[in-house]
Design a protein around this ligand. Structure first.
Ligand SMILES: NC(=O)c1ccc[n+]([C@@H]2O[C@H](COP(=O)([O-])OP(=O)(O)OC[C@H]3O[C@@H](n4cnc5c(N)ncnc54)[C@H](OP(=O)(O)O)[C@@H]3O)[C@@H](O)[C@H]2O)c1
Length: 313
C-alpha cells in the first residue's frame, strides 16, 4: 500500500478526465485543486461547469480526451465503459494519428469482464489500461479520505498511483490484470449487506420502543461500529436521505458480485437476500431520489412499521 506523499509528480502530465457524475466531479475537483493539468469531458456537458469554474479546460468531444497523455474515466457501469471504447465514437476510434494518450485509467465500478474488454481494446491501440476503482463516497473524496485498488498494465501503474494519490489517501496495488475490479465488487458486497443489517436492527429497535439515535450511538462506539455505520447514522436517524450513491447503483454492484459468484459457483445467500431488498426499494419507489440508506424505509415497510424522524444525539 502506498500513502501520500510518495506520489511521482504530475507536473508534466496532461490528463483528460471523462465522466462528471457525483463521484467524477468530486474526484476531478481534487485533482484540479492539486495543481494537475486537467481537461474534462462529460456526456451531459452542463455538468462540467463546476470544473470549468475551477480552471479545468472543456473537451468538446470524447475523442479529444485521447489528445492528452493520460485519460481517467469515471462512469456508471459496464455499458458506459463499453461506450468509451466504441470503435466508431470512442476514445480509441480512428487511426490514432492525433492520439497522445499512452495510459487509460478507469475508476468506475464495473465487472472484471468489462474492464478486460476495455484493456484489450486499449492494448490493441498500444495504450496501457489500469483499473482503479475507488472506495469512498463524494463526501469522503472531498475530505481526501478515499482509497483506491489498482491493477493492470505495469506501464500505467506509476502514473495511476500518482493521480490516485492526488485525489485520495492511499493506493493498494493488487495485481497485473483486473484484480482491482474483483476487490471493489467484494468490498461493495460487504457494504450492501452491512446496510441491510443496519436497516434490520434499526427497525427492530424502533419497534421495541428504543431510540434509533441511541442504538446507532452505542453501535458506533462498539467493536462492530465502523466508518460506514457512522456515515449512515444520520440517514437512519433523521430519515433524510440526500443521495451519495443511489439504490440503483448499489443494486448494480450487488448484481455484478452475484454474476461473478454464479460464474465461480460460489453461493452467497446473504448477498442474494440483500439484492431482493434493494430490488424492492427500487421497484417500490421508496428509493426514488434517495441515498441507498433508504433501505431502512423498505425494511420498515416489510415489518408493517412506520418510522418517524428523530434528532441526532
Ligand atoms: N457514489 C458513490 O458513493 C460511489 C462510490 C464509489 C464508487 N462509485 C462508482 O462510481 C461510478 C460513478 O458513480 P456516480 O455515483 O458518480 O454515478 P452518477 O452520478 O450517476 O454518474 C454517472 C456518470 O457516468 C456517465 N455515463 C453514464 N452512462 C454513460 C455512457 N453510456 N456514456 C458516457 N458516460 C456515461 C454519466 O454521464 P451523464 O452525466 O451524461 O449522465 C455520469 O458522468 C459508478 O461505477 C459507481 O458504482 C460510486
Amino acid at each position: 500500500m502506498t500513502e501520500q506523499p510518495t506520489a511521482a509528480p504530475l507536473a508534466d502530465v496532461t490528463i483528460g478526465w471523462v465522466g462528471l457524475g457525483r463521484m467524477g466531479t468530486a474526484m476531478a475537483t481534487r485533482l484540479v485543486e492539486s495543481g494537475a493539468d486537467v481537461a474534462v469531458w462529460n456526456r451531459t456537458a452542463a455538468k462540467a461547469d463546476p470544473l470549468l469554474d475551477l480552471g479545468a479546460e472543456l473537451l468538446p468531444d470524447l475523442i479529444d480526451a485521447a489528445g492528452r497523455d493520460v485519460v481517467f474515466s469515471m462512469v456508471l457501469d459496464d455499458a458506459a465503459l463499453d461506450a468509451l471504447h466504441d470503435p466508431e465514437h470512442g476514445l480509441l476510434a480512428g487511426d490514432g494519428a492525433s492520439r497522445r494518450m499512452s495510459v487509460w485509467i478507469d475508476g468506475s465500478t464495473v465487472s472484471s469482464t468489462a474492464a478486460q474488454r476495455a484493456a484489450d481494446a486499449a492494448a490493441a491501440a498500444g495504450v496501457a489500461f489500469v483499473s482503479a476503482p475507488i472506495s469512498g463516497n463524494p463526501g469522503v473524496v472531498a475530505a481526501g479520505n478515499a482509497i483506491f485498488a489498482i491493477s493492470g498494465d505495469e506501464r500505467g501503474l506509476g502514473v495511476a498511483e500518482a493521480i490516485c494519490l492526488a485525489i485520495g489517501r492511499a493506493v493498494h496495488r493488487v495485481g497485473g490484470s483486473t484484480e482491482a475490479n474483483v476487490i471493489k465488487l467484494c468490498t461493495n458486497a460487504l457494504l450492501a449487506v452491512t446496510m441491510q443489517s443496519v436497516a434490520e436492527i434499526a427497525v427492530l429497535a424502533d419497534k421495541a420502543g428504543v431510540s434509533r439515535a441511541a442504538l446507532m450511538s452505542f453501535i458506533n462506539d462498539s467493536a462492530v461500529g465502523s466508518p460506514f455505520t457512522r456515515y449512515k447514522t444520520a440517514n437512519v436517524v433523521t430519515l433524510d436521505f440526500p443521495p451519495t450513491f443511489t439504490p440503483e447503483g448499489q443494486r448494480k454492484d450487488i448484481r455484478l458480485a452475484l454474476e461473478l459468484a454464479h460464474e465461480l459457483e460460489t453461493p452467497m445467500p446473504v448477498l442474494n437476500t440483500t439484492e431482493v431488498a434493494f430490488s424492492r426499494l427500487v421497484s417500490g419507489g421508496l428509493g426514488e431520489g434517495r441515498d441507498f440508506a433508504a433501505l431502512v424505509l423498505e425494511v420498515a415497510r416489510d415489518a408493517g412499521h412506520t418510522l418517524e424522524p428523530e434528532e441526532l444525539s
